[in-house]
Ligand binder design. Structure first.
Ligand code: HEC
Length: 445
């Protein structure tokens, strides 16, 4: 069996297992959120139709109506705006197989002409300033709002996509993106968002003006304490603030595994690492602990231990890292159950490698345990669940709907998600490839 087939099977198992696990009552408390999102989508789609209608009306019968329509749709889906006449011609030439520029792109061979046309569309600045900005914005705050100013987390995603940086390193690498020196007056800082706010206010072209920087230098962290966007200033402010640092774990699941904790609930594993703040008989009923609390905390608590030395300091506005010293928040309410687990260090273990969550597809080449956020980020970033989730999110952004791998299985969508995920995993985790191949999948719809 080739490596390709093995990955394909794992991705398929992931999708099939995910399907089985989504039941209606697990979804009930999420209905409000889903409803709001649905209305957002409806409005977005309606505004796109209005735009398409105007365009169609302005159109004089083109030489190759099919290719012209496809090119326009690909461009609109990726950049959110219609192509200029010149770009439209370049894309039509790509579709016709006569554009020499296509040899510059790494194409996956399914439909090289259309894929090349997608790469041409992604050269538009709005792919970066609008599409990617909106794509990542919701991951950076608790309300999952798209209406937030540009920040270091979003800029890192935009830069990694632009530079074809391997996206599986999103949660582990010493990486950030900043505006080129002099583009705005305020330099990037680990203790405020002014630099990014200025980039946004001045409508700076992010495609041209963002540059790579070591996050450790901007955020004043030891290099080995950086963990990609997990230790970005924006994520710290949202998810390491107060609380118990479990929020960082939960939102990483939500944003990068496309699962909330309810869906990852497994009450059958050893609860030996559940912290002292979780009561073993909430409301005087130990069955509640055994059936409910355990389900999430057994797996979550030993992984959240990786963040034991981090805290967002509201006074300085910066992420604080206390090397070797466990943050006080890990001992909140330690009298709730003193015999519970008391965090001694930042050692984490992934219990979900066995049991029902094994379908998440963690990488067998990694040990499944480690010290600190960086190795946990690598554990998560190299899983099947992470890869499939990125593809599903791109699908939604480009096709304006979720892939049909739910109740009404659409073989076309399932196959596309599986194939695009395989290419993503086996050709360097380039997210642009995912955008291109997804746009091609949806261009006829
Ligand atoms: C569906 C998953 C899930 C279940 C079930 C669950 N928890 Fe939690 N728990 C979480 C998450 C996620 C957090 C972190 C919330 C945050 O900070 O945003 C958390 C946080 C906590 C905290 C810390 C709250 C604080 O001060 O920030 C306590 C204590 C706790 N849970 C106890 C319990 C108890 C007791 C039960 C059973 C009655 C339970 N949990 C069931 C997911 C779960």
């Amino acid at each position: 069996m080739s490596a390709f087939t093995v990955t394909g099977q794992r991705v398929w198992q992931y999708l099939a297992a995910g399907l089985k696990r989504i039941t209606t009552d697990e979804q009930i408390d999420m209905n409000n959120k889903i409803w709001t999102k649905l209305m957002d989508d409806v409005l977005r789609i309606m505004s796109r139709f209005a735009l398409a209608g105007l365009l169609a009306a302005a159109l004089v019968a083109p030489a190759n109506a099919g290719d012209s329509e496809k090119a326009k749709r690909i461009h609109d889906r990726l950049a959110g705006v219609p192509p200029t006449a010149i770009v439209l011609q370049e894309m039509e030439d790509a579709l016709a197989g006569t554009n020499p520029e296509c040899s510059n792109f790494t194409l996956s061979g399914i439909d090289n002409g259309a894929e090349c046309a997608a790469y041409i569309a992604m050269k538009n600045k709005d792919f970066y300033n609008v599409t990617l900005k909106n794509f990542a914005a919701t991951w950076t705050n608790r309300d999952q709002s798209v209406f937030v100013p540009l920040n270091d987390y979003i800029a890192t995603v935009i830069g990694m996509v632009r530079d074809d940086e391997p996206f599986n390193e999103l949660l582990s690498r010493d990486i950030t993106y900043v505006g080129r020196p002099g583009v705005v007056s305020t330099a990037p800082s680990g203790s405020n968002n002014d630099h990014y706010q200025q980039l946004e206010d001045n409508n700076v072209n992010l495609r041209d003006e963002l540059q790579f920087s070591l996050q450790s230098q901007v955020n004043n962290l030891p290099a080995n304490a950086t963990a990609g966007v997990l230790t970005s200033r924006a994520a710290s402010e949202s998810f390491f603030v107060a609380g118990t640092n479990r929020a960082m774990f939960r939102f990483t699941m939500l944003n990068h595994f496309c699962n909330d904790m309810e869906q990852l609930h497994d009450p059958a594993l050893t609860p030996d690492r559940i912290r002292q703040d979780v009561s073993r008989s909430p409301g005087g009923d130990s069955r509640l602990f055994l059936n409910n609390c355990i389900g999430c905390h057994t797996g979550m608590d030993p992984m959240t231990q990786a963040f034991a030395y981090y805290n967002y300091d509201e006074n300085t506005g910066a992420l604080q890292y206390t090397d070797g010293v466990v943050q006080a928040k890990y001992f909140n309410n330690d009298l709730n159950f003193p015999q519970g687990y008391r965090t001694p260090d930042d050692h984490w273990d992934n219990y979900w490698r066995s049991g029902q969550n094994a379908y998440l597809g963690f990488d067998n080449a990694l040990p499944g345990s480690g010290d600190g956020a960086k190795s946990l980020g690598a554990e998560l970033g190299n899983s099947d669940a992470f890869a499939v989730c990125q593809v599903k999110k791109v699908f939604k952004a480009v096709c304006l709907r979720d892939p049909d791998i739910g109740d009404l299985v659409d073989a076309g969508d399932s196959n596309a998600v599986s194939r695009i995920t395989n290419t993503f995993k086996t050709t360097g985790y380039r997210l642009k490839q995912v955008f291109a191949d997804t746009a091609v999948h949806c261009m006829g719809q």
